[in-house]
Write a new protein. Structure first.
Length: 131
Protein backbone atom coordinates (compact mmCIF):
# COMPACT_ATOMS: atom_id res chain seq x y z
CA UNK A 1 0.00 0.00 0.00
CA UNK A 2 1.31 3.45 -0.87
CA UNK A 3 1.73 6.12 1.78
CA UNK A 4 -0.94 8.18 -0.01
CA UNK A 5 -3.40 5.26 0.19
CA UNK A 6 -2.57 4.81 3.85
CA UNK A 7 -3.07 8.48 4.67
CA UNK A 8 -6.50 8.64 3.00
CA UNK A 9 -7.69 5.36 4.50
CA UNK A 10 -6.46 6.33 7.97
CA UNK A 11 -8.30 9.68 7.83
CA UNK A 12 -11.52 7.97 6.79
CA UNK A 13 -11.10 5.15 9.31
CA UNK A 14 -10.63 7.66 12.16
CA UNK A 15 -13.98 9.40 11.58
CA UNK A 16 -17.07 8.13 13.44
CA UNK A 17 -18.93 7.12 10.27
CA UNK A 18 -15.85 6.42 8.11
CA UNK A 19 -16.66 9.23 5.68
CA UNK A 20 -15.52 12.78 4.97
CA UNK A 21 -16.37 15.50 2.52
CA UNK A 22 -13.68 15.68 -0.15
CA UNK A 23 -12.78 19.27 0.80
CA UNK A 24 -12.33 18.31 4.47
CA UNK A 25 -10.27 15.27 3.53
CA UNK A 26 -8.05 17.42 1.30
CA UNK A 27 -7.64 20.03 4.04
CA UNK A 28 -6.69 17.41 6.62
CA UNK A 29 -4.05 16.03 4.25
CA UNK A 30 -2.92 19.50 3.05
CA UNK A 31 -3.23 18.25 -0.54
CA UNK A 32 -4.20 20.20 -3.62
CA UNK A 33 -7.60 19.39 -5.07
CA UNK A 34 -6.09 17.84 -8.21
CA UNK A 35 -3.88 15.44 -6.25
CA UNK A 36 -6.77 14.43 -4.03
CA UNK A 37 -9.11 13.88 -6.98
CA UNK A 38 -6.63 11.63 -8.78
CA UNK A 39 -5.83 9.68 -5.62
CA UNK A 40 -9.48 9.14 -4.75
CA UNK A 41 -10.29 8.07 -8.32
CA UNK A 42 -7.53 5.43 -8.19
CA UNK A 43 -8.70 4.21 -4.80
CA UNK A 44 -12.31 4.14 -5.97
CA UNK A 45 -11.37 1.94 -8.95
CA UNK A 46 -9.69 -0.49 -6.53
CA UNK A 47 -12.77 -0.57 -4.28
CA UNK A 48 -11.10 1.06 -1.26
CA UNK A 49 -13.44 4.08 -1.11
CA UNK A 50 -16.86 5.01 -2.46
CA UNK A 51 -18.03 8.40 -3.63
CA UNK A 52 -21.37 9.65 -2.39
CA UNK A 53 -23.27 12.80 -3.20
CA UNK A 54 -23.20 15.29 -0.37
CA UNK A 55 -26.61 15.41 1.31
CA UNK A 56 -26.32 19.06 2.33
CA UNK A 57 -24.59 20.50 -0.76
CA UNK A 58 -25.13 19.13 -4.25
CA UNK A 59 -21.80 20.61 -5.36
CA UNK A 60 -19.82 18.59 -2.85
CA UNK A 61 -18.87 14.94 -2.64
CA UNK A 62 -18.32 12.68 0.32
CA UNK A 63 -15.99 9.70 0.32
CA UNK A 64 -16.64 6.65 2.46
CA UNK A 65 -14.37 3.80 3.45
CA UNK A 66 -15.56 0.50 1.94
CA UNK A 67 -15.26 -2.88 3.68
CA UNK A 68 -12.28 -3.59 1.38
CA UNK A 69 -10.69 -0.29 2.42
CA UNK A 70 -11.30 -1.05 6.08
CA UNK A 71 -9.63 -4.45 5.74
CA UNK A 72 -6.68 -2.85 3.95
CA UNK A 73 -6.08 -0.19 6.63
CA UNK A 74 -6.51 -2.68 9.49
CA UNK A 75 -3.91 -4.96 7.88
CA UNK A 76 -1.48 -2.11 7.12
CA UNK A 77 -1.69 -0.29 10.46
CA UNK A 78 0.52 -2.56 12.58
CA UNK A 79 3.47 -2.40 10.18
CA UNK A 80 2.99 1.35 9.74
CA UNK A 81 2.97 1.90 13.51
CA UNK A 82 6.06 -0.30 13.89
CA UNK A 83 7.91 1.64 11.18
CA UNK A 84 7.10 4.99 12.80
CA UNK A 85 8.14 3.67 16.19
CA UNK A 86 11.43 2.27 14.82
CA UNK A 87 12.30 5.26 12.63
CA UNK A 88 11.16 8.10 14.91
CA UNK A 89 10.39 7.20 18.49
CA UNK A 90 13.21 4.73 19.07
CA UNK A 91 15.65 7.58 18.30
CA UNK A 92 14.13 9.83 20.98
CA UNK A 93 14.40 9.82 24.75
CA UNK A 94 11.15 9.89 26.76
CA UNK A 95 11.77 13.60 27.42
CA UNK A 96 12.18 14.28 23.69
CA UNK A 97 8.93 12.41 22.94
CA UNK A 98 7.16 14.65 25.45
CA UNK A 99 8.72 17.74 23.87
CA UNK A 100 7.73 16.57 20.40
CA UNK A 101 4.13 16.09 21.57
CA UNK A 102 4.07 19.56 23.12
CA UNK A 103 5.45 21.20 19.97
CA UNK A 104 3.03 19.26 17.75
CA UNK A 105 0.05 20.15 19.96
CA UNK A 106 1.02 23.85 19.82
CA UNK A 107 1.42 23.81 16.05
CA UNK A 108 -1.89 22.04 15.49
CA UNK A 109 -3.69 24.51 17.77
CA UNK A 110 -2.12 27.40 15.87
CA UNK A 111 -3.13 25.90 12.50
CA UNK A 112 -6.72 25.34 13.66
CA UNK A 113 -6.93 28.92 14.98
CA UNK A 114 -5.41 30.34 11.79
CA UNK A 115 -7.76 28.37 9.54
CA UNK A 116 -10.81 29.33 11.61
CA UNK A 117 -9.84 33.00 11.47
CA UNK A 118 -9.63 32.73 7.68
CA UNK A 119 -13.04 31.09 7.43
CA UNK A 120 -11.62 27.84 6.11
CA UNK A 121 -12.51 24.46 7.52
CA UNK A 122 -10.04 23.33 10.16
CA UNK A 123 -8.22 20.02 9.95
CA UNK A 124 -9.65 17.36 12.23
CA UNK A 125 -8.20 17.07 15.71
CA UNK A 126 -5.23 14.72 15.70
CA UNK A 127 -4.71 12.33 18.55
CA UNK A 128 -1.09 11.98 19.56
CA UNK A 129 0.05 8.39 19.85
CA UNK A 130 2.90 8.36 22.32
CA UNK A 131 5.08 5.33 22.76
Amino acid sequence: MSLADYEVLARLHDTPDHRLRARDLGASLAWEQSRLSHQLARMQRRGLVEREECETDRRGATFRLTPTGRTAIVRAAPSHVEAVRRLVFDALSPQQVTQLAEVTDGLLAHLRDTLRAGGESAPPKVTNHRS
